[in-house]
Design a protein. Sequence first.
Length: 434
Amino acid sequence: MENNENNNQYYRYADNIKTINEFLIDLIGVLVPGGIFLFSIIISIIIPTIMIFFNDITRKVSEDSAQYATKVDMLASNVFNGWFWLVLFFMFLILSYAIGNIFYRLDIKDVDKLSFICQREKIYKEKLKPFIDEKMYRRKKKYHFEKMETDKLNDFLKEYFGLLLYHWKENDKFPDINKHIWMKKFDNLQKKNGDKTIIILNEIAALLYDENYSDASILFDNNILHKNKNDLSDKVKDFLKPFVKTDNEKDPEFLALNWYFLYCLRSEVACDNEEECQFPYQHYNTYLSKRGELNLIKLTTWCKDKDSRTKNAINALKLKIQLKSKEAYNIILKNEAHIRMASSSYRVADMVCMKLSVLPAIILLFIVVLLVFFLFINNFTLASIEYALVIICMPVSVLVLNKFIRNSVIEFLHYQRLREIFFVLQVYDDLQIK
């Protein structure tokens, strides 16, 4: 009996610790964006205003005048000592929590889309830009890989071929046989068709895009080109529009770039475009397939039934994990809190940088301060310039800080959302929940 009572007390104590831990995670996630907002307002507006007001810059001083007391002396009075700073600190926390809650509850979707666009540009620069000769492209609308050396062209085709196989494999449409067998098939395809290899791979990509796996398999094995009934370029021509435009959208080389870019996007960021960048992502199964996590693809039910794609699928898995293991759920909760904190911090930084127009305010403040020193101070000294620069540096530093926050969050938020889904699926699979 004593052992059972001790165990019960231990579990109650452990549950209390978990509850406090969850509360702290949520509290910090709310306080950080609220604190950033208040800190930005205080440093960029309130403190510079106090410095200008409490410094008696409007009073002219004669050479033989005695030392006089300025309004700055108020800072040394008893009003600003003792409990004042403690009360001010708690007011800062309360306001941070209230303001942070507003930003914390806002939708992440818009910020996620911006992060996706940033990742898309990176993929383009890494994967496609080396194949496009921009100078030649502007003059003759030619693509760089048309003139590439044979070994580099083969590397491109093999990578393109590999992405198609990943997309094929995620749907379990071909047996998981040795990789060397597939590479041998690809070599035979190149030997038989030569320049037509790109055209065949484009048609296979189009069939996979429409999920016609049986026709794609026949085409791959027999190397028989289908006559295009539909304009295949219409399906993919928009993917490179933000980066490359062409006069002839039916060129096999241009189509190859488009198909390749499409499957790179699905493999790296699980989306085709910003309109489809909605959590959980429609092509997350391709993302898992590229990383060899084939055992988790069965859980991505929203990818198979695209009409019912909703984040409720992930929320249902989270609920089952919470009922099964609070320890495992706590890991997922931390990830979600970090993402919420990052997105709300972005919104705060965006508001400070863009909505409040800090930069024009800084320029205006700079002009006003300099004019005041020129007009109301007899001796315009180096100290006066330094005082003005100190005032200006405060809002400038806030602007730089918030721009850094905006750029940093955009760099990693979409990756963190992909990581969040992976954690949920992996924990759910490890717990073997039915």
